[in-house]
Write a protein that binds this ligand. Structure first.
Ligand code: SF4
Length: 195
């Protein structure tokens, strides 16, 4: 991959190197910063602003993921809205899947049709195994699995994950970091990354 891809900036809200509540198995989870979709009742409004979080590079995040191998099943990208930074997501996913046997899940507010209609967004999910797609609808909440609300759909691109594995993902996870930070995540408290 070209050096320019590795230095692609990615504004990130939070990172959790090991999470069991963002997909099957142990997963390196990245909360992207920035979302303009404005779903009413969004559970993670602190991820919306374009000035929040911190700017990392794709190469930095790829190295952080590979440092957890072996030991993780894969990576989950959530937010915020990962597909509002499609170049970074595309480069990141291409790298981690080329360099390790890692599954990739993306949680996005865009629908499958919106992703397929936009070359940049479509490119961002080219190496992704599972896309959880669609706006959050607060009138249709779902605590189990990864959908958040019942209108969202699983777009299974590779068959890597079985529906039973997705249904078995824990609803809530509390992680205490070595520096004393506490992260609460999972669909029962989605995206409440506290650090
Ligand atoms: S897409 Fe996700 S982060 Fe963006 S407003 Fe909707 S629920 Fe919130």
């Amino acid at each position: 991959m070209a050096l320019t891809a590795l230095i692609t900036p990615w504004r990130v809200h939070a990172v959790l190197p090991r999470s069991v509540a963002n997909g099957p198995g142990q997963r390196f989870t990245i909360w992207s910063q920035g979302c303009a979709l404005a779903c009413p009742g969004c559970f993670n409004p602190e991820t919306h602003g374009l000035a929040g979080g911190a700017v990392r590079t794709v190469g930095e995040l790829v190295d952080a993921v590979l440092a957890e191998v072996p030991g993780i099943e894969g990576v989950t990208l959530t937010g915020g809205e990962p597909l509002e930074q499609p170049g970074a997501v595309a480069a990141f996913c291409a790298q981690v899947t080329a360099r390790a046997d890692l599954g990739v899940i993306v949680l996005t507010g865009f629908t499958r049709a919106e992703i397929e209609a936009d070359p940049a967004r479509a490119g961002a999910v080219a190496a992704v195994d599972l896309v959880v797609a669609g706006r959050y609808n607060r009138r249709m909440p779902v605590a189990t699995g990864l959908r958040g609300s019942a209108n969202k759909v699983y777009w299974d691109r590779t068959g890597r994950y079985r529906p039973s594995e997705l249904a078995a993902v824990p609803e809530l996870e509390v992680t205490l970091g070595v520096d004393g930070t506490v992260t609460v995540t999972g669909m029962a408290a989605p995206g409440r990354a506290l650090w």
